[in-house]
Design a binder for this molecule. Structure first.
Ligand code: ZN
Length: 535
């Protein structure tokens, strides 16, 4: 998922401009989208010119800017060109990140994707030798596609749900429905992920031979015969192995081309054994339980301080930072455990250590986020050979933590479910009002929310065919003419629930802002509409 940071930066940029941080030029400048297109190439070219003249610091800075230019340019286009506003005008309604995804939303990211492709092309032409260009470019484009795939799947599912507006509104308003939607999405994602990866990354069957036979024998020893092992063609860019997929049938072990080329049969067997050890020791469910348990608990805690936005945000951000640190600690030890079990599976320490050294290469002393450095991993394997107690201690600690993570997850799940069931009637009532189902809203129990109760009471005056926002606006006008501002404000709020783009602004002004001005606008917008003529 090599383009995840870029994707996150783009999402943050959208969040920032929606919060109102943008250069106000009075009108949108969508042409900037095209004007920015050659910028990554110009930066790359400039970098080369500066390098050849010996200005290495400047060249380095230009290179870094070029590599990260796509999200930067997209952010600039949003902030200075109002790309999202312009696109909203074109499709006929505002495109907010917080709204249900529509086809228009998919176009929002188009400039970023175009800039990313120009950046890939620039890097290919300027820095990659002629013979490797095709493989390198294809590897990068596939990587980009793989990063976008989960979002694309979410989009597809959301667009499908959008075809049934009633269901869409219920999922948006009712936590229980939303939870079911999310579970369906995650299940679909888990099911699709190995297929998506096999498709988005260039993978192929392993060549037949002794090596493949040994891998199959190893799978048999582990009772994981459903698992497929494939070669992952990265254009010799990566020395890596990975396991994806949660179920026996969807599971896939990937061995990169560079790894297969560098290692002998013993070492490849040790690498596969390491990946299978992750499966047998259920590391992925363990990580999922820990991550979901933490996020759900933090969410519950933050909700407690809903009114104090900064405190709630602080709890989430601080909690996630702590989770990140603890996950680094945990993940590194889990990797040690997988190394030890892989050693048991292949029956020797030497090939495991040789394989580790080859993966480490020149970076053997450098630790990654989730791994200790190769030097430390090798030292640990040797230590465990000398002192079995060290291994016992690690296994005991990890077992206790796995149990703790499962308990945390289950408790969080029960607490959330209880909360969702408790608030469901209120949320159903809001959904009813948005859908114009006035009589259904009256059957809900919502005593603890005075605003909602008032709206439901008001809606009970309506005839079943008075469902559209315009009828509600006419009611508001009638109330305003009688001088009943409370009623007028409630009718406008109901109109805003039915047609948010048209009436939200006016409803807010009427209840909290300049009421005289709001009244004038209400009269103007309803003056040609006579309820008696319409009936
Ligand atoms: Zn591992």
């Amino acid at each position: 998922m090599g383009y995840l940071p870029q994707l996150l930066a783009v999402l943050v940029a959208h969040g920032v401009v929606e919060a109102g941080v943008r250069w106000n030029t009075g009108s949108t400048q969508a042409w900037l989208a095209l004007a920015f297109l050659p910028v990554p190439w110009l930066l790359g070219y400039g970098c080369q010119v500066v390098y050849t003249r010996g200005h290495f610091r400047l060249g380095g800075a230009l290179h870094t800017t070029m590599r990260h230019s796509a999200p930067l340019l997209h952010g600039l286009l949003l902030a200075c060109g109002g790309w999202d506003l312009w696109l909203g005008e074109v499709v006929g309604h505002p495109l907010s990140l917080y709204d249900w995804p529509s086809a228009g939303h998919a176009l929002l990211a188009l400039p970023w994707l175009a800039y990313e492709l120009v950046t890939i092309e620039t890097r290919t032409r300027l820095y990659i030798g002629r013979r490797e260009q095709r493989a390198w470019r294809a590897h990068q484009v596939r990587n980009l596609a793989a990063t976008l795939a989960p979002l694309g799947l979410y989009f597809g599912l959301a667009l499908l749900v959008g075809l049934v507006p009633d269901l869409q509104v219920r999922i948006e308003e009712i936590g229980l429905y939303e939870a079911v939607f999310l579970v369906v999405y995650v299940a679909l994602l888990a099911w699709c992920l190995p297929h998506l990866i096999a498709m988005a990354w260039d993978t192929r069957e392993l060549a037949q031979g002794e090596r493949t036979q040994r891998i199959h024998a190893l799978l048999q020893r582990c009772q994981l015969t459903g698992t497929r092992v494939r070669e992952w063609r990265t254009g010799w860019q990566l020395t890596n192995a990975a396991v994806v997929g949660l179920t026996q049938r969807s599971r896939l072990v990937l061995l990169s081309d560079a790894l297969l080329a560098q290692m002998d049969d013993d070492e490849v067997e040790a690498v596969v054994a390491h990946e299978l050890a992750h499966v047998r020791l259920r590391h992925v469910p363990f990580f999922l339980a820990y991550a979901l348990g933490c996020v759900l608990m933090l969410d519950l805690w933050a909700r407690h301080y809903q009114e104090q936005v900064w405190l709630a945000g602080g709890i989430m951000v601080g909690g996630l930072a702590l989770w990140f640190v603890s996950f680094t600690w945990l993940s590194r030890r889990v990797e040690l455990q997988a190394d030890l079990h892989a050693m048991d599976l292949v029956g020797q320490r030497a090939s495991m250590i040789r394989a580790l050294e080859k993966v480490g290469g020149r970076l053997r002393d450098v630790a990654g986020w989730r791994h200790f450095s190769v030097r430390d991993r090798v030292a640990y394997l040797e230590l465990c050979g000398r002192d079995p107690y060290v291994r016992q201690r690690l296994e005991r600690t990890l077992r206790a933590l796995a149990i703790a993570a499962s308990v945390l997850f289950l408790v969080a799940l029960v607490l959330h479910a209880t909360r969702l069931v408790r608030v469901a009637p209120t949320q159903h009532a809001w959904a009813d009002l948005r859908l114009g189902a006035w009589s259904s809203a009256q059957t809900r129990t919502v005593q603890e929310e005075p605003e909602l109760s008032a709206l439901i009471r008001r809606a009970s005056e309506l005839a079943p065919d008075e469902m559209d926002a315009q009828s509600l606006a006419l009611r508001a006008r009638g109330a305003a003419e009688r001088g009943d501002d409370e009623a007028a404000s409630e009718w406008l709020t109901l109109a805003a629930l039915r047609a948010p783009y048209e009436w939200t602004q006016l409803a807010a002004t009427y209840s909290q802002g300049d009421r005289a001005q709001a009244r004038t606008e209400l009269y103007e917008r309803t003056q040609y509409d006579n309820p008696f003529l319409r009936k």
